[in-house]
Write a protein that binds this ligand. Structure first.
Ligand code: FAD
Ligand code: SF4
Length: 342
């Protein structure tokens, strides 16, 4: 049986109190939200904080609201289940609700939060293991060792960003609000992640309090979106590859803009290049749309090169990239829901 290391638990009831605790304890402290990732990681001795600051008692961090200007604000402690069921989030960011609904399994979605998902540590099959297992392997660059087992001779950790909501939030230009000792600040979601998987987050010591989805442009387009997720077991697993699609479509069903972002490849979620160029001006259901989808899928396969960082054969994951990009684009166009296998 794996035991939790000893730690002190702090239970603040306001954001200000939590920020003060993080400032007081510095690197000795770590935030816990739903604990669905942090607790296993502590049992594996990947993190051994002396002080754990729980956000469970901070009521102001829970729930979804819509501001007068149309911004959708999601509190960091809103559960994945509540995000998946939120009508305002669905209307503004369909791929986000679909991604949240496909994370882990039902119990974990009831405990796990959007904030914890955004701030999820990068994952690797040589790292997310017990201390005993990692010691037998000689540890690795990310913790306690000097070698990377994925890229031989590599000086950078390529553990994979594995948070399903991340690419979906990127497609809608989400903005993150962090609170630290100097007050609140906004970070565009694209700027959050570091290309080196060792570097947990750029915002250590700060608390993620809110995820904001900005209002849509008043240009008469409507939003279509979908999330596609390749995983071993349809009931619970982390992504082996994930892709989020946003399409902005006018009254004639012609695509005016598009964005596709992927996850589970590198230490940060990745925006697929050239997708908007290929899709703009194309009308849904036309032959040109079928051609553009095929070209996007082929382009994605060129850009996405899965590594042996997460479980699953890297060649198989690569072969699935165009399949999932194609199916997810078609699902977005048809409004037919997330793409995953059971
Ligand atoms: C079996 C299993 C399957 C899983 N499958 C998936 C999956 O398919 N997809 C997926 O994306 N995830 C998956 N997860 C991971 C996890 O359940 C989710 O990512 C969940 O959203 C994490 O949220 P949490 O509230 O539990 O975070 P926690 O575990 O509490 O925290 C995660 C990290 O974020 C930090 N943190 C949390 N909240 C904040 C905040 N507000 N400000 C600053 N830092 C913060 C913590 O310090 C910690 O480092 C799985 C986990 C398990 C155990
Ligand atoms: S990518 Fe390399 S350094 Fe990073 S966790 Fe995996 S084995 Fe360790």
């Amino acid at each position: 049986m794996l035991r939790l290391p000893k730690f002190e638990l702090e239970n603040p009831t306001t954001v200000a109190e939590a920020v003060a605790l993080l400032a007081r304890h510095g690197d000795d402290a770590q935030v816990i939200a739903g604990g669905t990732d942090l607790v296993p990681n502590m049992k594996h001795e990947l993190f051994t904080p002396d002080v754990v600051v729980s956000l469970a008692g901070i009521a102001e961090l829970r729930g979804v609201c819509v501001r007068d200007d149309g911004t959708v604000c999601i509190g960091a402690m809103t559960t994945l289940d509540d995000v998946a069921a939120s009508e305002p989030v669905r209307a503004r960011a369909l791929a986000v609700t679909q991604a949240a609904a496909l994370i882990a399994g039902p119990q974990l979605r009831r405990m796990g939060t959007l904030g914890g998902n955004v701030m999820l540590d990068t994952r690797c099959q040589w790292y997310n293991q017990t201390h005993f297992w990692r010691q037998a392997l000689g540890f690795c660059l990310k913790k306690d060792g000097t070698l990377c087992h994925v890229v031989e001779g590599g000086g950078k950790c390529v553990a994979a960003a594995s948070n399903d909501t991340a690419p979906a939030l990127m497609t809608v230009g989400a903005v993150l609000v962090f609170h630290g000792p100097d007050g609140p600040r906004e970070v565009p979601i694209d700027d959050l992640w570091h290309p080196d998987g060792i570097y947990n987050k750029k915002v250590r010591g700060e608390l993620l309090t809110e995820v904001r989805i900005p209002p849509r442009a008043d240009d008469g387009t409507r939003l279509l979106g979908a999330y596609g997720k390749l995983r071993e077991r349809g009931s619970i697993d982390f992504p082996l590859f994930g892709v989020a699609v946003r399409l902005d479509v006018d009254a004639n069903d012609t695509i005016q803009d598009a964005d596709l972002c992927s996850v589970a490849l590198q230490a940060r979620p990745v925006r697929l290049k050239k997708m908007a160029e290929l899709l703009r001006g194309v009308t849904l259901g036309s032959d040109a749309f079928q051609d553009a989808v095929a070209t996007c899928a082929a382009q994605a396969a060129k850009q996405c090169r899965p590594l042996a960082n997460v479980p699953g054969d890297a060649d198989y994951r690569h072969a699935m990239v165009p399949v999932y990009v194609r199916r997810t684009l078609l699902a977005a166009a048809a409004g037919s829901g997330p793409v995953h296998h059971i």
